[in-house]
Design a binder for this molecule. Structure first.
Ligand code: ZN
Length: 497
């Protein structure tokens, strides 16, 4: 089979030039300069048919009567449709999004898939199964062709880049033959695959069952034409919906208050605390990126209790913002957000930055392996002795067995977990000899309050069992988390004097 014969036959079936190239299995840029591609493939075509590609806008074709609509793509790759598409996108909320990258998600009628199968049968009949076998489709699939052809054109006309993670333009395309052809397909399906009572015609079903290997051309033809029938109307652009990208804003927070919960604390429908770390941060950061704050998820590398502060470099956190209108901010803007959060007096943030979504794994995984650094203020019944101080200088790591503390049993299952304590160091307070400051480095997930007092032997060994005396904890601070993420960015440096 010569390429010329194939193209002549496709043309006689009302297949457009772009689709002809799809049947010649053209790749990427070959759709840009179609004339050149046809030449290279040894195919002579009537030049007046070939529209200029995007790259050569000055070469206007002579006005000619409207060509009939392609029987395989139903006009999807026609210039008319492209113009309609660009016009539709421009009239949508597109301008509200500053995303540099876009991606098209086109939902196409099933009729296109049926027509692909019909043409497959037609080619087998015309050129034989040796040229077009049952197992590999004869054309570059429409979905792929959309990527190769429509994507570059739309991107260049809108002045945006292609980015699979960018602003998603959901395009719903319909065609007037859809209902009729799907009805015929349903009838065909009852006969071709009997036994199923309920038939739901879906794209997946079509892809799986409707191939020459699974259905006979003769049976297919009793319901739908081979080659595909001509249509009178082109595809119709039903709707365009935009979905902004997911933007992740990371940073580190310090918790300066002993009366602040991590996330909104609501019990039996009533708020226990007015604010939370999450709300204070989201309130200052999210509005820059989105109008709908409810589409923001706050995550952090662990959390602390309401009465525990988090100092030092602070705890890494990230906001995952769905349907973002903006995907970046200047360092100046980041600094303003940091300062606005600092004003709360309860939380302070720094290193605020947009990060790639893949980096969220830093927060989500390896939680158990991380080391946490704590400083606990503890009190004894009697003054601290040298002996007690000596027992609490531990540089070798040791394992404790820790039962789920009673205070969290209502939300965590009862288990005994081994936890590593890497080091313990204690200092006595100068003002009050009964007060001990204890620095603990532990595996993440260790309950420090229970490590100190032992909770009636539910944690062993404990600081209390090591010194052989009762000891209580007055206050606890997290002073370090060994997660070197996100990177240090000193937004403060950008401040203009
Ligand atoms: Zn076509």
């Amino acid at each position: 089979m010569k390429n010329q014969d194939l193209v002549d036959y496709l043309a006689s079936c009302g297949v457009c030039r772009v689709c002809q190239l799809r049947y010649l299995k053209a790749r990427g840029n070959e759709y840009r300069n179609m004339q050149q591609t046809f030449q290279r493939l040894d195919v002579k075509v009537d030049d007046s048919d070939l529209k200029p590609s995007v790259d050569e806008p000055d070469e206007q074709p002579p006005k000619k009567p409207r060509l009939s609509i392609c029987s395989t793509c139903l006009g999807l790759f026609s210039e008319e449709f492209q113009n309609q598409l660009i016009d539709g996108i421009s009239k949508s909320d597109f301008g509200k999004y500053d995303s540099a990258g876009i991606v098209l998600a086109i939902s196409l009628p099933l009729a296109l898939q049926l027509r692909q199968l019909s043409m497959w049968f037609a080619l087998q009949r015309k050129f034989g199964k040796s040229s077009f076998n049952d197992n590999s489709a004869p054309d570059v699939p429409i979905k792929e062709a959309v990527k190769l052809i429509l994507h570059p054109i739309v991107c260049s006309k809108l002045g945006r880049e292609y980015d699979a993670n960018g602003l998603m333009i959901n395009i719903d395309v319909r065609h007037s033959v859809e209902a009729e052809e799907v009805a015929k397909l349903t009838d065909l399906h009852r006969v071709a695959f009997p036994g199923k009572k309920r038939i739901e015609i879906s794209r997946g079903l079509l892809e799986k069952q409707y191939q020459p290997a699974r259905i006979k051309a003769d049976l297919f033809e009793q319901y739908l034409a081979i080659p595909p029938a001509a249509v009178e109307e082109p595809l119709h652009l039903q709707s365009i919906d935009l979905m902004g990208p997911i933007v992740c804003v990371a940073g580190r927070y310090r918790k300066l208050s002993r009366e602040l919960s991590h996330t909104p604390w609501i019990l039996h429908g009533r708020r226990i605390m007015e604010e939370s770390i999450e709300e204070i941060i989201v309130k200052q950061v999210a509005p820059h990126f989105t109008d709908t704050v409810c589409k923001v998820t706050f995550m952090s590398s662990g959390r602390e209790d309401v009465d525990v502060r988090c100092l030092g470099k602070g705890r890494p956190f990230v906001l995952e913002i769905m349907d973002a209108k903006r995907s970046s901010f200047s360092r100046q803007q980041a600094r303003e957000m940091e300062l606005a959060v600092d004003k709360s007096g309860k939380v302070s943030i720094h290193n605020l930055q947009v990060v790639p979504r893949e980096q969220l794994t830093h927060i989500k995984t390896g939680e158990e392996q991380k080391r946490k650094y704590y400083r606990a203020l503890c009190v004894l019944d009697e003054p601290v002795t040298v002996d007690i101080l000596k027992k609490l200088q531990i540089s070798e790591s040791f394992i404790i067995q820790q039962k789920t503390p009673i205070r969290v049993l209502h939300r965590r299952p009862l288990h005994t977990r081994p936890r590593s304590i890497y080091s313990v160091k204690a200092y006595v307070s100068r003002e009050n000899r009964r007060l001990l400051i204890i620095d603990v480095v532990s595996q993440a997930g260790t309950y420090i309050k229970e490590l100190v007092h032992g909770e009636f032997g539910r944690t062993t060994p404990s600081i209390s069992s090591i010194i052989g005396k009762p000891i209580d904890i007055l206050a606890l601070d997290v002073v370090g988390i060994d997660l070197d993420w996100p990177a240090d960015v000193n937004n403060a440096e950008t401040e203009v004097e």
